[in-house]
Write a protein that binds this ligand. Structure first.
Ligand SMILES: Cc1ncc(COP(=O)(O)O)c(C=O)c1O
Length: 427
């Protein structure tokens, strides 16, 4: 496969230059003026609220839980098709994540399921916009209003998506975003908490001021990690990059985003939920925001090409609410055998994703420790078995997209199945 010297962005050479400059500016790795500038630029994409930056999306969620006074004994409703980084900050407070089921046709929370799990201890509802497709916010907000619940939007997959003409992240009391490597806007690792409610925004800023920066050396190593993936990463799957990243991280030369073994066991290591985004990474965020609209359009164009292809191949995808304009982080497809297609496509250097590989992702997570009871959310368990996702990055050319589509078609043919057997018919 032809390799490109580019990554993560429609103009990665300029990203690389930004990373190199940030690496050289050793005096401002931790604190500096880029932080405030980045937060202001980010907030301006959403509205008149305030954005507070943190070291990861999970830290931004912890800040929001603090800002809306979630305490031990409270319950927070979350979808049973999510990442372990969502229940963990809730558990860390001694509060309880309560799982509501999704709708398999949308991949997002089912309002009826939410209504069924509300109790007199429920204080908040977390609405996740899975794969960048907005959830049914109007209906979910109505359930929340009826029970006086706070609404937290999980926009980690969905920066740049709109619902009813307004950006996701502006429909609840507060929202959080992730800037981890695989996300739409990426600083390697990072998160934003946003709120337009002045009191919540003040509390978020307060939480941020009580948090600490990672050591300068960690920031420097994160930037080294960005150099590695920027230089060697292709838009599709590249085992060399993966291997090199792995060894750079193992040998301590680079530091990438990690979910620790403790987090997998739903124990939050001390200090993880009070870390700030360092200045060196905020500079990368500024560079990415400057080209954000162009990148969003490219994602949209790739999504449309995939949508036309899966319609022709009769492979189902998730449905989009009428009033929603998604910004897809990856393109979901519904298949009979998820493991088989992932294996085949990876062998062809196409990173078909397994998000989510368990109701509380990834599969290695102790589901019971996360508070998930097997069988309680059958739609989510179905989605885990049948929803895979295709890569989208603004760096993908039309030829790259076509290659993915061709492989999908070949796989379909090889499986010697009719299209509606390869895919799964809706019930
Ligand atoms: C749905 C969802 N929420 C939250 C997170 C946490 O984001 P971060 O890794 O930046 O902490 C993730 C991580 O991928 C996610 O997929």
């Amino acid at each position: 496969m032809k390799r490109r010297i580019l990554l993560g962005n429609s103009n990665p050479l300029s990203d690389l230059a930004t990373v190199m400059l940030a690496l050289a500016d050793v005096g401002h790795l931790t604190e500096g003026q880029a932080l405030l500038r980045f937060e202001r630029m980010f907030a301006a994409q959403l509205g008149a609220g305030r954005a507070c930056s943190f070291f990861a999306g999970r830290v931004a969620l912890a800040a929001i839980l603090d800002a809306i006074d979630i305490r031990a004994g409270d319950e927070v409703i979350i979808p049973a098709y999510t990442c372990v980084a969502v229940p963990n900050p809730i558990l860390a407070l001694g509060a309880t994540p309560v799982y509501a089921d999704i709708d398999r046709r949308t991949g997002n929370l089912c309002p009826h399921s939410v209504a069924r799990v509300v109790s007199n201890k429920t204080r908040a509802l977390l609405v996740q916009h899975t794969f960048g497709i907005p959830a049914a916010i109007a209906e979910l907000n109505a359930v929340a209003r009826e029970h006086s619940l706070r609404v937290i939007e999980d926009c980690t997959h969905a920066f740049g998506a709109n619902y009813a003409g307004q950006p996701v992240g502006t429909h609840g009391d507060a929202a959080f975003f992730s800037m981890e490597q695989s996300k739409i806007l990426s600083t390697g690792s990072g998160g934003i908490a946003y709120s337009a409610n002045p009191e919540i925004a003040r509390r978020l800023a307060d939480y941020q001021s009580r948090s600490s920066f990672p050591p300068a050396l960690v920031t420097w190593k994160m930037l080294c990690y960005l150099v590695d993936i920027t230089l060697l990463g292709g838009p599709l799957y590249n085992s060399l990059t993966d291997t090199l990243s792995y060894y750079m991280k193992r040998t301590g030369l680079a530091h990438g985003p990690v979910t620790t073994d403790e987090e997998m066991a739903c124990v939050t290591p001390v200090g993880i939920l009070t870390r700030r985004l360092p200045n060196g990474l905020a500079k990368i965020g500024i560079s990415q925001l400057a080209r954000f609209e162009k990148n969003r359009q490219r994602r949209q164009c790739i999504s449309e090409q995939y949508a036309a292809a899966v319609e022709r191949l009769r492979i189902p995808t998730l449905s989009i609410p009428a009033s929603a304009a998604p910004n897809m982080v990856r393109f979901p497809i519904v298949v009979a055998d998820k493991a088989e297609i992932i294996r085949y496509m990876r062998a062809q250097a196409v990173a078909v994703g397994d998000w989510f590989s368990a109701p509380v992702h990834p599969w290695a997570v102790d589901q019971a420790a996360a508070g998930y009871r097997a069988g309680s959310c059958p739609e989510a368990e179905w989605a885990v078995a049948h929803i895979a996702n295709l890569p989208i990055t603004p760096r993908m050319s039309d030829a790259d997209v076509q290659r993915v589509v061709n492989l999908l078609e070949t796989f379909q043919g090889m499986a010697r199945t009719k299209a509606d057997e390869f895919a799964v018919a809706w019930p």
